[in-house]
Design a protein around this ligand. Structure first.
Ligand code: NAD
Length: 498
């Protein structure tokens, strides 16, 4: 018997209603089933949202410094549990232990940022905006906030959201990806250990039906979504139509431009981590390398040699450098793109379908490299979300920047060069929210916003940093006047005493 996962609300794990549809989870490295997750509908979502709603007044009125103390304790507990959390992520998602540890660390950093909430919530004040009149802003929490997250970062992506929202005085309902729901449950239990009152952080499982119910629920004030582009667009539209605050982080097709003067070894090292880290299942993965001028030939040769030597195996095995994909369906989708790329006459330099692991159990695909990819190919146009790297050749930096800017996505973009002038031109002209200069995966730390552009983001305020604080709070402006002097004071007093 494999376990059926509980929901989490009212401060404890609770079974889903009997008769719920169950979704079976298989370990990506072996294909073996290990748990089932209930896919909840509107009634269960309503029950969980109500639990959160009931907890809101108490948590909102808890002084920000006291809320922050719970976050400080949470940070300490997470630090002690980091290895266990990373092992869980590695098992359920498939990524290597090193990648999973990195993800947990990034999540903890958001908690550290959220510990500063008493300062982050401070408003502005101006005395004597008119004679005897003062003005100040208050930053107040919204109420019930919902988070809907993808499979690829079971710890880090939820933690972009709930620590900031909760530290700001909100209550939160998380809907983890139905493909990796265990990490969210563990995060909730650890938050309770830190002293979080019941109802402040809650978990409901499910897929589309649960998401639609969360968006439609009248008590949900704000929706944070991270996932694929069609769903992000849909969630943004539906939530905005209902007058909710919404931020929807979406898909990507990240380019890395290599200039002829780039350091070859450092560039290849950066591309290996960027393209094949987490088996390419990252919204900031490098999926296109634009090789400028004579950079191309030596770069492709070295990429081939290094990628072919990557050790592919179960994420939990210490020697593995690349793990399996999340599911057999996703593996079929990724190998489908390799097939299409070859059929459309891109040059297949390294074929991950031929890796010995690719024919065994688990969802393995080896590192794949295509050269001479052109913008009309399916391989170039669509997000693959697997270990498949395309090299496009460009004559000049201007042509390379033109390619990046013509792409409908704009999450990350990077340049490798030793020229300050080229780097400066790139950072100034490129249309992407996160730009790397000799940094292949330019993910900002928690005190900066995580900000995609174009079709990589729908909304106004991004995740984390000051944007995150603004997203989870609303501003009230208080204008005050106090009467003084004989006439005014006496008159008011008389009224008050009657
Ligand atoms: P997904 O869109 O399939 O799922 C994301 C979430 O939406 C899940 O919780 C899922 O249950 C829910 N969902 C799925 N279909 C839905 C529907 N029709 N209606 C309502 N909800 C639905 O994404 P995924 O495959 O889990 O994750 C991979 C995607 O996420 C990639 O496109 C990747 O680029 C993106 N991503 C983006 C960022 C970013 O910061 N921009 C970060 C991580 C992942």
């Amino acid at each position: 018997m494999i376990e059926t996962l509980p929901l989490y609300y009212d401060g404890k794990s609770q079974a889903a209603p009997s008769g719920s549809t169950l979704f079976t989870l298989n370990a990506p490295a072996t294909g073996q089933p290990y748990a089932q997750v209930p896919l909840c509908g509107a009634d269960t979502v309503d029950q969980v949202v109500r639990s959160a709603q009931a907890a809101f007044p108490g948590w909102r009125d808890t002084p920000a410094v006291e809320r922050a103390r719970v976050l400080f304790r949470y940070r300490q507990i997470l630090e002690g549990e980091a290895d266990a959390l990373a092992r869980l992520v590695s098992h359920d998602h498939g990524k290597t232990l090193a990648d999973a540890k990195g993800e947990v660390q990034r999540g903890i950093e958001v908690v550290e940022f959220a510990c500063g909430m008493p300062t982050l919530l401070q408003g502005d004040a101006a005395n004597d905006v008119a004679r005897g009149i003062d003005c100040r802003t208050l930053r107040q929490p919204l109420g019930v906030c919902a988070g809907i997250v993808p499979f690829n970062f079971p710890v880090m992506v939820p933690m972009w959201m709930f620590p900031v929202a909760i530290a700001a005085g909100n209550v939160f309902v998380l809907k983890p990806s139905e493909r990796v729901p265990r990490a969210g449950l563990r995060l909730a239990e650890l938050f309770r250990e830190a002293g979080l009152p019941p109802g402040v952080f809650n978990i409901v499982h499910g897929a589309r039906e649960a998401v639609d119910a969360l968006i439609a629920h009248p008590a949900v004030r704000a929706v944070s979504f991270v996932g694929s582009e069609p769903v992000a667009r849909d969630v943004y539209r539906k939530a905005a139509l209902q007058g909710k605050r919404v931020q929807a982080l979406s898909g990507a097709k990240n380019h890395l431009v290599v200039m002829p003067d780039a350091d070859l070894n450092k560039t290849v090292e950066g591309i290996m981590g960027g393209a094949y880290g987490s088996a390419g299942e990252r919204c900031m993965a490098v999926s296109v390398v634009v090789a400028v001028g004579e950079a191309a030939d030596p770069l492709v040769a070295k990429l081939r040699e290094t990628a072919a030597a990557l050790k592919v195996g179960p994420g939990e095995a210490p020697e593995s450098e690349m793990g399996p994909l999340i599911s057999a369906e996703h593996k079929a989708r990724v190998t489908g793109y390799i097939e299409k790329g070859a059929a459309q006459k891109a040059q297949l330099v390294l074929d991950g379908r031929q890796h010995p692991r690719a024919s065994g159990p688990g969802n393995f695909v080896g590192a794949t490299l295509f050269d001479r990819v052109t913008p009309e190919m399916t391989l170039y146009r669509e997000e693959i979300f697997g270990p498949v790297l395309s090299v496009v050749r460009a004559k000049t930096l201007a042509e390379a920047i033109g390619l990046v800017n013509a792409n409908p996505f704009g999450n990350g973009a990077a340049i490798f060069t030793s020229s300050g002038a080229a780097a400066r031109q790139f950072q100034h002209e490129v249309s992407a929210g996160m730009v790397g200069i000799n940094v292949s995966v330019p993910v900002p730390l928690a005190f900066f916003p995580f900000s995609g552009w174009k079709n990589s983001f729908f909304g106004d305020l991004h995740a984390t940093g000051k944007d995150g604080v603004q997203f989870y709070t609303e501003t009230k402006v208080v204008t005050s006047r106090w009467f003084s002097g004989e006439a005014g004071a006496g008159k008011n007093m008389t009224i008050a005493l009657r």
